[in-house]
Design a protein around this ligand. Structure first.
Ligand code: SF4
Ligand code: SF4
Length: 263
């Protein structure tokens, strides 16, 4: 699997949900698992939740062991990628000769492959989140198979809809930030908050329930109960809160950041 950013010199063909393509990936293809090496997989908030549950780790421990930090181009937002092994092929830590050992919980980017999704890439024009493209790697022989799909069918088959639904608030933040002029910067504090909510859900939970957060924000009892019991609800709450903190009209943190960044 290659990365959208490695392919950034190639103008992507924009695909819609009804675009058709021929593709099949199975253990009999000659290129089996080649796409799981030398890769750059940006992880989404829901990817981290699925993976840390699968590996029975805290979000903090998962981040420390399995991820590398990166700034998402044109957004200046801190994201994480899956940390590769230190072997000749820079393999994904979850690939074996017989395939992916965490397949049921594989990240969003792996589910989309051989498609790329604009919001998770460094592509020009990626401010449009309804935009897919072929990653187009020469070693991928799946295009020679005869199974035909629409992109809509592929997404359903790969179980990516639930990922996109839960990540929607996060994708919206990324796309929004990307649409701002390059000179508009977030403060380090804002970036830390973005990282905390997006990736470190266990520490964000502590921040909500064990700091003065609940004294400063008026949260109704029903929401409070829900976010206490349900990690996905906590993530969705956090992303809404983040949007409010970073982009709220009138008294916006981003506006304060812009003002602070002026000479
Ligand atoms: S997580 Fe699984 S599918 Fe994705 S690159 Fe690693 S081994 Fe391949
Ligand atoms: S067909 Fe493509 S997606 Fe499947 S294993 Fe080969 S390179 Fe990876």
């Amino acid at each position: 699997m290659d990365t959208p950013d490695k392919m950034s010199s190639i103008e992507p063909v924009r695909l819609s949900l009804d675009s058709r393509f021929r593709f099949k990936c199975h253990s009999g293809v000659k290129c089996f698992t080649k796409c799981c090496r030398g890769i750059n997989i940006i992880l989404t908030p829901y990817d981290i939740i699925r993976l840390k549950r699968r590996l029975q780790l805290s979000s903090e421990a998962f981040l420390a062991v399995y991820t590398s930090p990166q700034l998402l181009e044109k957004t200046d937002l801190p994201v994480v990628t899956l940390k590769l092994m230190d072997d000749d092929m820079q393999s994904c830590p979850f690939v074996t000769d017989s395939g992916c050992i965490i397949y049921e919980d594989r990240p969003t980017t792996c589910r989309y492959y051989p498609l790329g999704v604009a919001s998770l890439s460094h592509k020009e024009g990626a401010d449009d989140d309804g935009f897919y493209f072929f990653v187009n790697e020469p070693h991928c022989l799946g295009f020679e198979e005869d199974k035909e799909w629409t992109i809509r069918e592929w997404r359903k088959d790969q179980g990516v809809d639930i990922h996109d639904e839960i990540n929607a608030g996060w994708t919206d933040l990324v796309v929004r930030k990307r649409s701002f002029p390059a000179n508009i910067k977030l403060t380090e504090e804002s970036k830390k908050m973005f990282f905390l909510v997006s990736y470190n859900i266990d520490t964000f939970r502590q921040f909500v329930f064990e700091s003065s957060f609940l004294d400063r924000y008026n949260i109704d009892a029903k929401t409070l109960k829900k976010i206490k019991e349900d990690e996905i609800a906590l993530l969705e709450f956090g992303l809404k809160w983040l949007k409010d903190v970073l982009f709220k009209e009138g008294n916006s943190r981003l506006k304060e950041d812009v003002a602070a960044s002026k000479p």
